[in-house]
Write a protein that binds this ligand. Structure first.
Ligand code: TTP
Ligand code: MG
Length: 423
């Protein structure tokens, strides 16, 4: 008979990521409260700072009252965080090729094959390593496995998965521990991990104990664990979906379970609705999709307070420079260069006012909800030896900018040359 829970998934989330990058670079910071600032917000802070009451996304003006001696580092240049994320990805790939990166500091690893290999050669592991959700009941499970007659009948249902997942997850917990230890010993980073039979539940389990800890979730407990959670906790249930659900009086997973799949689909659409319905019941068959080298490189800016054309050009230049630096590093590492330059602009009326410039190495279609224009770049143009690339890119991005924004850009003050020069 096929196993009901055949997979073992590990989710790894780096602790206070940006702050850790700073602490790894400068170990003196390690035990001091440290916050990372972007604009007027502390985007993250280390755990000594959290113990003092600082939290992620705290406004900077609240800091003096809460933690006057907070050390603040500027986090507006993402370069070192991206580099650290690349190194971590490379390291994790040394364990298994099946690594999917989510954002910069989260990684899913499908360790099913590693578990199978390990189980073949090992004598049985005696226990889990790290935390186990509702671990206090595990003695009963073991008692039951060894000699069922000693187990009170009321526990039998809860612990009765005989597909072998219990043993696999136990092995998975040892693998997760080894991966975390090697990450620390090799690169100096601590991470928290969740271990379970699917991606969503592994991610949610890892959040239970932080920092530098891990939690295993056995299938028998998934249902009860999910039931009281707020729907917003379910990956894929974002701000607008949870708002739609709230308007139907649905705020928890239990309430979501009581809504029929048809009604849910009607409220939030077929794609999200179908998936949410399954996830509410812990059904998650989504695979770990190994992260391939990024096809596009992008930087973005809100372009706030740009009133003159020169402001726009300067702002484009300031976001272009880190982008070109990334292109150079990638060339050094992998030897490939971009072929397309793309500018994307999000509608200023939408609630996320962001404009992006993109260098696209694939040339493929990318965003559907934003306006974008692109231009093909001569082969080899982005070679680091070419000193003219910066000025050339600004010129082209300005032309693309005017192509898209001609009516609005007439309100900007400044030279007409770019506007008039839009092939
Ligand atoms: P998180 O994993 O949410 O946070 P974290 O790693 O700092 O802390 P934790 O120990 O709780 O996992 O985000 C990863 C990084 O992303 C974080 O270090 C800073 C950045 N970030 C933003 O840029 N904007 C945001 O709104 C948040 C929440 C994080
Ligand atoms: Mg993190």
């Amino acid at each position: 008979m096929a196993a009901m829970h055949p997979r073992t998934i590990v989710h790894i989330d780096l602790d206070c990521f940006y702050a850790q990058v700073e602490m790894v670079a400068d170990p003196k910071l390690k035990d001091k409260p440290l916050g990372i600032q972007q604009k007027n917000i502390i985007v993250t802070c280390n755990y000594p700072a959290r113990a003092r009451g600082v939290h992620k996304l705290m406004y900077i003006n609240k800091v003096p009252k809460v933690c006057p001696d907070l050390i603040i580092r500027d986090g507006s240049n993402l370069k070192r965080y991206r580099e650290a994320s690349e190194k971590i990805l490379d390291h994790l790939r040394g364990w298994t090729p099946e690594v999917e990166r989510l954002g910069m500091d989260e990684f899913f690893l499908d360790v099913t094959h590693m578990v199978a290999d390990e189980q073949e050669k090992m004598e049985k592991k005696l226990d889990f390593v790290g935390h186990v959700y509702r671990g206090e009941t595990l003695t009963l499970i073991e008692t039951q496995t060894r000699n069922e007659s000693h187990v009170p009948s009321c526990t039998a249902k809860v612990h009765h998965c005989r597909c072998g997942c219990y043993q696999r997850l136990m092995t998975g917990s040892h693998i997760a521990q080894r991966i975390r230890t090697s990450l620390y010993q090799t690169l100096g980073y601590t991470a928290s991990a969740g271990i379970s039979v699917g991606k969503m539940i592994a991610k949610l389990s890892g959040e239970l104990k932080k920092p530098n800890q891990q939690t295993t979730m056995l299938p028998a407990y998934i249902d009860g664990f999910l039931a009281p959670l707020r729907v917003r906790k379910i990956p894929g249930c974002g701000y607008s979906t949870s708002k739609k659900l709230a308007s139907l009086g649905i705020e928890t997973v239990t309430q979501l379970r009581n809504l029929s799949k048809q009604k849910l689909i009607k409220a939030v659409g077929a794609q999200i609705g179908g998936r949410l319905h399954d996830l509410a019941f812990g059904l998650d068959t989504s695979h770990v999709v190994a992260t391939v080298r990024e096809k596009q490189m992008s930087e973005e800016d809100s372009f706030k307070s740009c009133t003159a054309i020169d402001d726009v050009a300067l702002r484009i230049l300031s976001i272009l420079r880190p982008l070109l630096e990334r292109v150079r590093m990638r060339f050094q590492k992998h030897g490939d260069l971009p072929s397309t330059l793309r500018l994307t602009i999000r509608d200023r009326l939408s609630h996320q006012k962001t404009e992006q410039s993109k260098i696209n190495t694939s040339g493929g279609a990318y965003f559907t909800t934003r306006t974008s224009r692109q231009t093909t770049i001569p082969l080899g143009f982005f070679h680091p030896e070419n000193k003219k690339q910066e000025g050339y890119c600004v010129d082209h991005l300005m032309k693309l900018f005017f192509k898209m924004l001609l009516p609005a850009s007439k309100r900007l003050v400044g030279p007409e040359s770019w506007a008039n020069n839009t092939e």
